[in-house]
Ligand binder design. Structure first.
Ligand code: ATP
Ligand code: MG
Length: 411
């Protein structure tokens, strides 16, 4: 059977849905640039190693979600499942450590082999930001504030909650891991099969589990906050104080650990209750060990990424595009004049709806469908007088305007 259909989990975006995703990306760019971030574009595929090494070999992404393939030269390549690994690879490879801090934003397609459902696709778009080279909580506060303002500008601030937690430094993380493993071992029989396996490989991930039986166990698990050493607790307190100062509301969620291995200290998610199980629209955290792991020296980093389609689904209406002007020739002899007027209007910045055929009635109906604000009607009489009828389609008023003044009149 011929497969002339889109692959499961991929979508054709057009019309209102495309306008909404574009709006999300545009506002993201605008906000990020205001915060001093510059755009970076890294390749859509990388050596598999770039992701396998960085995301950790126990993460869901690496164990079951990557699109890997061998190219004709026999290299193992992977379609990028997320943006941070590629940005950090580019940072190290281009020697950007010389000029810190480095602040990048990006957007583009990501690929994950997941079970498709509402808000979960196999090709989706992320918009993300990374800040490299700042060790202090100022960076954490700035990134969360930027994420919050981004959603505010999209009109979604009222619908999302900032959830935040601290994983602390390596010492705190080890201490917590030990306590958690002891606790989970004592409840081994109650855990799901997946979580029993996680217990050995990456116990923190059990906290993330969506299985009901795991959730019951996790409810009484030791609290992360009790394992933070003094320095880590002080760092987290400063991040929260910064958010308080800016009036950004948050909820400390002790169970929030995030799926990737590279996080330390602050992790956060912006969550809505509108998308069911796919309620996380934006997520991020600090990754102080990642650059070093890539061979780039001890450069701290922090970043976030959001699902552009998930955010677009929350937008009630698409952004309004400017209303066009319809150019309406009556009879073939008016076509050249209409062509010229349309060209001049467009060059003057006026969007033009140009009917490609049909009589006056058909063309006026099309103008109404396009929500045109005015029609420029050019018939035989007008042509002879070197004018066109400019009709305001909202109030029906009309007047004759010399052909060469039309662009000026409608600008
Ligand atoms: P989830 O728990 O939903 O699987 P995640 O932890 O895998 O999310 P991240 O890797 O942190 O997600 O990606 C950041 C954001 O990208 C998510 O919050 C979400 O909005 C979006 N995202 C992730 N995976 C998908 C997907 N398969 N389809 C659409 N959007 C996605
Ligand atoms: Mg996932």
């Amino acid at each position: 059977m011929a497969k002339l259909q889109r692959v499961r989990g991929t979508y054709d975006l057009y019309g209102s849905a495309k306008k909404k995703t574009r709006q999300v990306e545009r506002i993201g760019e605008e906000v990020a640039e205001k915060y001093g971030f510059e755009e970076i574009e890294t390749p859509v595929f990388e050596f598999t190693e770039v992701f396998a090494r960085n995301l950790g070999d126990t993460s869901d992404i690496v164990t079951k979600e990557m699109y890997c393939f061998s190219d004709r030269g026999g290299e193992s390549l992977t379609l990028r499942p997320e943006g941070t690994a590629g940005v950090v690879r580019a940072f190290v490879e281009n020697g950007m450590q010389q000029n810190l801090p480095v602040k990048f934003y990006y957007h583009g397609p990501m690929f994950r082999y997941e079970r498709p459902q509402k808000g979960r696709q196999r090709q989706f778009t992320q918009f993300g930001a990374e800040l490299l080279g700042v060790e202090t909580p100022q960076a954490d506060i700035e990134l969360i504030a930027m994420a919050y303002e981004f959603l505010e500008k999209l009109g979604l601030a009222g619908e999302v909650t900032v959830e935040i937690n601290s994983l602390g430094d390596a010492e705190s993380r080890d201490a917590y891991r030990r306590k958690l493993v002891d606790y989970l071992r004592a409840h081994y029989d109650e855990l799901s099969a997946d979580s029993r396996e996680r217990l050995e490989r990456n116990p923190l991930r059990v906290l993330d589990s969506k299985e009901e039986c795991d959730r019951l166990v996790v409810e009484n698990a030791p609290l992360y906050a009790d394992s933070l050493n003094e320095a880590s607790a002080a760092f987290f307190a400063q991040v929260l104080a910064g958010l308080d100062l800016l009036g950004i509301k948050y909820r400390v969620n002790n169970r929030l650990v995030r799926g990737l291995d590279y996080y330390s200290h602050t992790v956060f998610e912006l969550v809505t209750d509108k998308l069911g199980a796919q309620g996380t629209v934006l997520a991020g955290g600090r990754y102080n060990g990642l650059v070093e792991q890539m061979g780039g020296g001890a450069v701290p980093g922090i970043g976030w990424a959001c699902g552009v389609e998930r955010l677009a689904m929350l937008l009630e209406k698409e952004p309004e595009s400017p209303r066009p002007v319809a150019v309406v020739p009556v009879g073939d002899e008016a076509l050249p004049a209409a062509l010229k007027v349309a060209y001049e209007l467009r060059r003057a910045g006026v969007p033009v709806e140009q009917g490609y055929g049909g009589n006056l009635k058909k063309r006026m109906a099309r103008a109404a469908r396009a929500n045109a604000r005015a029609a420029v009607i050019i018939g035989g009489n007008e042509l002879a007088a070197g004018v066109a009828v400019v009709k305001n389609l909202d109030n029906g008023e009309q007047k004759n305007v010399p052909l060469e003044n039309i662009a000026g009149e409608l600008k």
